[in-house]
Each structure stands twice: as structure tokens, then as C-alpha cells.
Design a protein around this ligand. Structure first.
Ligand code: PMP
Length: 350
């Protein structure tokens, strides 16, 4: 009844979004703060009459603002319905395993193998260092048709410096694309967008879901050489893919325009991350050094599954990954100060 392609799929399992009771929800790396006030204002003042028209298919005004914000050309930007949609174009456009497997870190965003299965791309998981850091030299030692990694990595939260990314790009073959998935870069990292003019085979993928508090709007973008961006447009316009809707385009512009709100909210998340990390370490937990809006941490006396269940019973939802090598840990999204304090109390009652 099914095609062979279908039988090979292992679908992505998203984080829980329970509706049964109210949880302190620290499991899907959403931002605990509201979007910039200008977002509400833009939506309130929008003339609904205009919704009878289709959206601008290429979201030109939004792309221009993104380009301006990052000091690049409009032709170096494309937006999509969440970075997950951008990634689906990326896998189709750039990775062809007749030239070797696609490389990505052993522990990383679990959508990558799902896309590979979907498009029939072979892949190779490249081991992390013993301290869970992505290792550039291990990537360089492999012959891959391409490379993708989040920076900071997920679910570890650990960051590669811009110097390390530069060292990778200087040694990586020019005819193979490297994608840096910067979903969490705004919480302490330095973006590889600074390198896209120097390396035409480097694509940076970003999202509005985390540092701009717009996960519900589904908006992401890619930045790279004009050549890579044109390839992504060719894929996008060949699929039955939808343009970013009009209201989301407006919301995205208002969110990016408010630099003050952006800086304030991400600073609060980063300060709380340090507080949670220190408090858990003081309780004897192993906490990986995070530059993201979450921490990956393991209790001294029980595994991640027991922690996940014990916290859930107390109304605090975190994420457990039932994968070899990750089972000592849970991933905890940084919430508001009150939510984090509640988490730390719940940890004491485990
Ligand atoms: N990349 C990474 C590393 C992520 O963790 C996520 C969020 N789960 C995404 C991409 C997708 O983000 P979105 O589709 O919400 O833009």
C-alpha cells in the first residue's frame, strides 16, 4: 500500500505541548517573555481589509530589514515558515550523498536525520569530544557531501567560537556547502554571518522562534552568498510551499525593529541561565556550559528519565532524550525568574 520511500521514514517527535493541565513549561526552548510591544501594535493597527490579498511572496520588506540589521545585501536573504521549512529546502538543494554522506554531530537537532530519510540522503554522525563539544577536526577528517551543525549545538547548548568556525571554513572544500544552524546564537554566540562574503559555500540559518519570542508565528530565515540564496528560491518556488503570511511578515518586521526589547529580553534569559546553572551545580549536578536559552544538565543521583518524571509530577516540564549517551541529562529551557525558582524548588523535592 505504501511506497518504499514512506516505509523508510522515522518521523520527528516534537516536544510535548500538553493541554491537560498547566505546567511550568521548560521543554521546548520557547522564550519566556512576550514579543516586542511593537508586534502587538503592528497587528492591532493592521487594516484587516488587506487580508483579502495574497502576501508578498518573497516578503521583500522583511528581507530588506533583515539584510540591513545584519549588514548584508537583500539578495543574501530568504525567509521561510520557520527555520524548519528553510532547512527542508537546504537539504534538498545542497546535500547529495552520491558525493559522500552528509555530516552532522552525533548528538544534535533530531530533525536532521529525519530530513535525510525524507530526501534519501545518506548521513554520518560525527562523534563529539568527551566534553560534548563539536569537534571541527573530526568533520575535516571525513569526506562528506556537506556539513550541518547547530551553533550553539542542541541539546548540549555548547558553542563553537567564530574563530573555530572560520578555521573550519578555511579548510573545508569550496564546492561543498556548510550550514550553520544558528537557532540559539543570540544568547551568547558570535554569528557566522560575518563570514558569508568570504565563503560563498557557507549558509547561516536563523529563527524568530527563540530570541524574538515568535515561535507561534513560524518565521525563519537564511543568509548566504547570492548563489546559495538563489538555489533556495529555486527549491522554494518548485514546491507547493506557502509564502510567509502577511501578518507574520508584519510581526517579524516589528520584532526585529525593536533592538532595545531584543537586547533586554535576551540579557534577562542569559542572566537567568547563569543563575540556574550555578544553582544546579551547587546541588551537585553536572551542567554543560551553555550559550543557549536552555541548559543540559544531569542530577548526581538519578538518570534523566527519573528527573523528567519527578519534575513532571510536580508540574514542571523539561525534555528527556532517550538516546544512548544522553540519558544522564535533561534539557531545561530557561524561563522567567519565577519559573526558574519553581524549577529549583522542584529539584530539591525530587
Ligand atoms: N534548529 C534547531 C537547532 C532547533 O532547536 C530548532 C527548534 N526546535 C529549529 C532549528 C527550528 O526552529 P523553527 O522551525 O521554530 O524556526
Amino acid at each position: 500500500m505504501y511506497s518504499e520511500r514512506f516505509t523508510k521514514l522515522t518521523p520527528y517527535v516534537p516536544g510535548e505541548q500538553p493541554q491537560d493541565r498547566s505546567y511550568i513549561k521548560l521543554n521546548t526552548n520557547e522564550n519566556p517573555y512576550a514579543p516586542a510591544p511593537g508586534v502587538a501594535e503592528a497587528l492591532r493597527s493592521y487594516d484587516v481589509e488587506n487580508l483579502r490579498r495574497y502576501p508578498d511572496p518573497n516578503a521583500d520588506a522583511l528581507c530588506r530589514l533583515i539584510a540591513e540589521t545584519h549588514g548584508i545585501k537583500r539578495e543574501q536573504v530568504m525567509v521561510g515558515n520557520g527555520s524548519d521549512e528553510i532547512l527542508s529546502f537546504v537539504f534538498f538543494a545542497f546535500f547529495d550523498s552520491s558525493r559522500g554522506p552528509l555530516l552532522f554531530p552525533e548528538h544534535t537537532y533530531s530533525f536532521y536525520p529525519v530530513y535525510c530519510d525524507y530526501y534519501g540522503i545518506d548521513y554520518k554522525k560525527v562523534a563529539l569530544d568527551g566534553d560534548y563539544l563539536v569537534n571541527i577536526d573530526r568533520f575535516l577528517a571525513e569526506q562528506g557531501c556537506g556539513l550541518i551543525f547547530p551553533n550553539p549545538n542542541a541539546p548540549t547548548g555548547m558553542l563553537l567560537s567564530l574563530d573555530e568556525v572560520t578555521r573550519l571554513m578555511e579548510r573545508w572544500p569550496e564546492d561543498r556547502v556548510v550550514v550553520v544552524d544558528e537557532a540559539y546564537i543570540d544568547f551568547g554566540g558570535e554569528s557566522a554571518v560575518a563570514l558569508i562574503d568570504r565563503f560563498p559555500n557557507l549558509l547561516v540559518v536563523r529563527t524568530y522562534s527563540k530570541s524574538y519570542s515568535l515561535a507561534g508565528s513560524r518565521l525563519g530565515w537564511a543568509m548566504g552568498s547570492e548563489e546559495l540564496i538563489q538555489a533556495l528560491y529555486a527549491v522554494k518556488d518548485s514546491f507547493n510551499s506557502y509564502p510567509v503570511d502577511t501578518l507574520t511578515q508584519k510581526a517579524g518586521m516589528a520584532a526585529m525593529a525593536d533592538r532595545e526589547w531584543f537586547d533586554k529580553t535576551r540579557s534577562m534569559v542569559m542572566a537567568e541561565r547563569e543563575r540556574v546553572s550555578e544553582a544546579l551545580s551547587a546541588k551537585g549536578w553536572k551542567v554543560l556550559p551553555s550559550e543557549a536559552n536552555f541548559v543540559f544538565a544531569g542530577a548526581p543521583d538519578r538518570d534523566g528519565k527519573a528527573v523528567y518524571e519527578g519534575l513532571k509530577a510536580q508540574g514542571v516540564l523539561v525534555r528527556f532524550f532517550n538516546k544512548e549517551g544522553l540519558t544522564p541529562f535533561v534539557r531545561i529551557t530557561i524561563g522567567t525568574a519565577e519559573e526558574n525558582t519553581a524549577l529549583l524548588h522542584a529539584v530539591d523535592s525530587l
